[in-house]
Design a protein around this ligand. Structure first.
Ligand code: SAH
Ligand code: SF4
Ligand code: F3S
Length: 484
């Protein structure tokens, strides 16, 4: 399962507990920071902003929590088990704090925002609680704690995008990177805690996005993933109704933003996540089709195959609408990988409604899916309006059915790829064997192949000769020359 997750790098809480080490680039203050991230790609991207802010204040980073003067955990609230994991981690620090009285422990991210100062009261071991829009304030919060106080900043902002902060890159490979284009979410999917933890949606200045992507390319990176909870609602200098805010500056839609970023170099691959079925426009599909370096890969979460459930989820589309979007993708971008998210056992979900999820899985045949049991989240519309009444065993058995079907579908899809040749961006030595390297094709599928006269950041053509449900294996038949 881990492989699949790594493979798809989604806005998901699956990359758990990743630890970050960085180069020092300012006058050192002698203090060491240990930064650990949970949750979706957005959180990992935010951790790069946090690291940048603190390194700018003289902190150095460490991979060893035992030598840290300050421990920061960037947390996720999406499902209950995401929070349980962090609570266990905080428990671990309790004894350390007894032994090392000066140690500062801070909780960042979505749990910080959701629980606010109750985290200080309940857990006792936490010194700092900083929500996703307060990272510029972290140096001050640390000073407050050093002065003997507890420190909280959970103010959400309507305009903070950290646009001017150049994130310190944490991906050790230096091949692919996330770039945030929006923050927050204005949708109110009834199951979802994100609007409460991340606040109102806001888009980042396109010039700063372009500049960040260009810098990444100039520093050797060959892939950027543009990130937002709903990338299709990216808009610059436009109101939600599409009216121009300021006549003196151009407006930018998501399709235009992608077109701009795609011009940086034909050798810079562009990915994006997450698309929302109610907002994904034909214009975006046309831009993907028109640009070879925008990957033929769309993550389009459906959540449920039943229109009544979708209505209760407040997703803003029906089964038929979703299927029409799929047809449109396949018409405009014939060779496009499509992936999804599915929730089983949402409030009042009947066997018949669940059967609609199974039938749509057979109809669409997604290349990959993230699949979850419904987890009720405090304060959400679903918590207030509906009862979390599908028994845990039923949620579980529906999830198992969904996972088994998805695995079977994925294997059939991958087997059809045997004999085909794909352009792959080499990411590094394979985790499984030093004799192999791996990377991803346009469809975001991991491809493994023997080492040769090429290295990471190169593009190679790989002819596929074998597969599993999550990985393709093959031989390099050509090393691509960089574009002029
Ligand atoms: N903005 C993205 C989703 C971000 S959350 C979108 O709208 O598609 C990632 C996924 O977590 C969601 O797509 C959903 O499948 C899952 N999820 C969110 N809240 C959940 C909950 N309360 N219980 C179970 N899964 C949930
Ligand atoms: Fe949550 Fe819906 Fe926003 Fe996605 S679009 S983050 S599921 S509220
Ligand atoms: Fe992401 Fe989890 Fe927050 S999925 S937006 S870190 S609740």
């Amino acid at each position: 399962m881990n492989d699949n997750i790594d493979l798809h790098k989604q806005l998901d809480e699956s990359r758990q507990g990743e630890v970050i080490s960085l180069e020092q680039d300012s006058t050192p203050n002698g203090k060491k920071l240990f930064l650990e991230s949970y949750g979706c790609a957005m959180n990992f991207s935010d951790s790069e902003v946090v690291a940048s802010i603190l390194i700018g204040k003289g902190y150095s980073t460490t991979l060893d929590e035992h030598e840290a003067d300050i421990i920061l955990i960037n947390t996720c609230s999406i499902r209950e088990n995401a929070e349980t994991r962090v609570r266990k981690r905080l428990e671990n620090f309790k004894n350390r704090k007894k032994r090392q009285p000066g140690l500062i422990v801070g909780v960042l991210g979505c749990m910080a925002e959701r629980l606010k100062k109750t985290l200080l009261e309940e857990e006792k071991l936490v010194d700092i609680v900083a929500g996703p829009d307060s990272y510029r304030d972290l140096p001050n919060l640390i000073i407050e704690v050093e002065g003997g106080q507890k420190a909280v900043n959970v103010l959400l902002s309507r305009d903070e995008t950290y646009a001017d902060i150049s994130p310190v890159r944490l991906d050790k490979k230096g091949v692919t990177s996330f770039v945030s284009i929006t923050r927050g979410c204005d949708n109110m999917c009834s199951f979802c805690v994100v609007p409460f933890t991340r606040g109102r949606e806001r888009s980042r200045d396109p010039k700063t996005i372009y500049k960040e992507c260009e810098e990444l390319f100039n520093n050797g990176y060959r892939e950027v993933t543009l990130l937002g909870q709903n990338v299709d609602s990216y808009r610059w200098n436009m109101t939600s109704k599409g009216e121009v805010k300021d006549d003196s500056i151009p407006t930018t839609s998501f399709a235009q933003l992608m077109q701009m970023v795609a011009q940086i170099s034909p050798d810079l691959r562009i990915r994006f996540s997450t698309s929302h079925p109610k907002d994904m426009s034909d214009e975006v599909l046309e831009v993907i089709a028109a640009n070879n370096n925008i990957c033929n890969y769309i993550h389009l979460p459906i959540q449920s195959g039943n229109s009544e459930v979708l209505k209760r989820m407040n997703r803003g589309y029906t089964r038929e609408w979703y299927l029409e979007r799929i047809n449109k993708i396949r018409e405009i971008i014939p060779d496009c990988a499509i992936t999804t998210d599915i929730i089983t056992g949402f409030c009042d979900e009947t066997d018949e409604e669940h059967a609609d999820t199974i039938s749509i899985m057979k109809e669409v045949e997604w290349d990959f899916a993230f699949m979850y049991k419904y987890s009720e989240r405090p304060k959400t519309l679903a918590e207030r309006r509906y009862e979390d009444n599908v028994p845990e065993e039923v949620k579980g058995s529906r999830l198992t059915e969904v996972i088994n079907l998805q695995q079977a579908n994925a294997l059939v899809i991958n087997k059809k790829k045997i004999g085909k040749t794909y352009k792959v961006l080499v990411e590094g030595t394979s985790k499984r064997s030093d004799d192999f390297m791996d990377g991803r094709n346009d469809h975001n599928t991991k491809v493994v192949f023997p080492k040769g006269d090429f290295g990471k950041c190169d593009y190679v053509m790989v002819k596929i000769n074998d597969c599993t449900t999550a990985t393709l294996k093959g031989e390099v038949v050509e090393i691509c020359k960089p574009s002029k």
